[in-house]
Ligand binder design. Structure first.
Ligand SMILES: Cc1ncc(COP(=O)(O)O)c(C=O)c1O
Length: 352
């Protein structure tokens, strides 16, 4: 008997997701917040750690954190579910609403986890390429939605790795197209774009908004994401949610960060300002075409082989993300906006 033959057939060709750890000095590859947590917030966290009841199971529904988020967004706390990162919520949503008779639809290139979770659950995937200028092909998506018995549509807003927010009207057309579909607007980078579909939540019971503490709030290591959706969707998600999915310390630390929201907003503004400065600097390099970003990372295309550029940057200690596939992302690289001095070093490494 081979263990391989015992696995669910739909998983046979799935490969474990690999995160490569290249030795580097400056990390600009994973869309993280480049700033270390400020000292005063660290002290509040240290104080929490000192008092924390590590011996107790966490609050399974993260009551305090949901309440704080609810007042932040002026929604009912019962419309929020907290996840171990939004990755976990993507998986929950697909496990609850997809399956063999459904389709998961998304534009590509986009965040890879939508596809990976779909494969996990044996769901059909419909990946619709973006247009040349990285906008969404609305008609094609709507036609896929209408031809499916039921579907989930994932839209990154801003999209990763292209960095842009698709046109508002395209997304409205998708939301209003009257198919048997759940529409997820993944707003992982919303704090950097200032754009959101949250105000539409009341009017559309099939709309889901994903947010995360991993990017703007600099908590990628603690894994706190959340979804906001109508009561009916939330009720179904609660059936598949692991009871103690979000650990007690992460719940508390996310709450502390919300308390220091204004201070975090200053850091976010600094990153947005740096995004603009970095964009201008990239525009001054003749062999680079830079794409518009609404996020904390920038996609650019080079006249050279992207792997080569990646290797040269890495030899100078700078880690970015390279895309070497053919088609829309050919010879593209993605750089996360760093601190001013990191961005300067990145640009001078590129220039040299
Ligand atoms: C569009 C998008 N959604 C979700 C995530 C994952 O967020 P989390 O850290 O909350 O799992 C990422 C991370 O890169 C992302 O780019």
């Amino acid at each position: 008997m081979k263990i391989e033959q015992l696995i669910r057939p739909e998983l046979t060709n799935l490969k474990p997701y690999k995160v490569y750890d290249f030795p580097h000095k400056i990390k600009m590859d994973a869309n993280e917040n480049p700033y270390e947590m400020p000292q005063n917030i660290r002290e509040a966290i240290a104080d929490e750690i000192f008092r924390h009841s590590f011996n107790r199971y966490p609050d399974p529904i993260a009551t305090d954190l949901r309440k704080a988020l609810a007042s932040e967004f002026d929604v009912d706390p019962d419309l929020i579910v907290i996840g171990n990162g939004s990755d976990e919520l993507i998986n929950y949503l697909i496990s609850a609403f997809a399956g063999i008779d459904a389709k998961v639809i998304f534009p590509i290139p986009t965040f890879s986890i939508y596809g990976i979770c779909s494969e996990l659950w044996g769901t059909n995937i419909s990946a619709i390429p973006l247009s040349e200028n990285f906008d969404i092909q609305t008609e094609k998506i709507i036609s896929e939605m209408k031809s499916a018995k039921k579907s989930i549509v994932f839209i990154g807003y801003p999209n990763n790795p292209t960095g842009n927010c698709f046109s508002y009207q395209s997304i409205m057309d998708i939301i209003n197209c009257n198919a048997n579909s759940i529409i997820v607007i993944d707003e992982a980078y919303a704090e950097f774009s200032g754009k959101s579909f949250l105000p539409l939540l009341n009017e559309h019971e099939n709309l889901v908004i994903f947010r995360t503490f991993s990017k703007a709030y600099g908590l990628a290591g603690l894994r706190v994401g959340y979804m906001i959706a109508g009561k009916e969707i939330i009720n179904q998600i609660l059936k598949v949610k692991m009871v103690f999915n979000i650990n007690s310390l992460s719940q508390k630390i996310a709450l502390i960060l919300l308390r220091y929201k204004n201070q975090m907003s200053d850091l976010i503004q600094r990153i947005i300002k740096e995004r603009e400065r970095l964009s201008n600097m990239l525009d001054n390099i003749s062999w680079i075409k830079r794409y518009h970003s609404d996020a904390n990372f920038i996609l650019f295309r080079t006249e050279y082989d992207s792997e080569n550029v990646f290797d040269k940057l890495l030899s100078k200690g700078i880690l970015v993300r390279a895309f070497n596939e053919k088609g829309l992302l050919k010879n593209c690289l993605r750089v996360t906006v760093g601190k001013p001095e990191e961005n300067d070093l990145f640009i001078s490494a590129l220039e040299s």
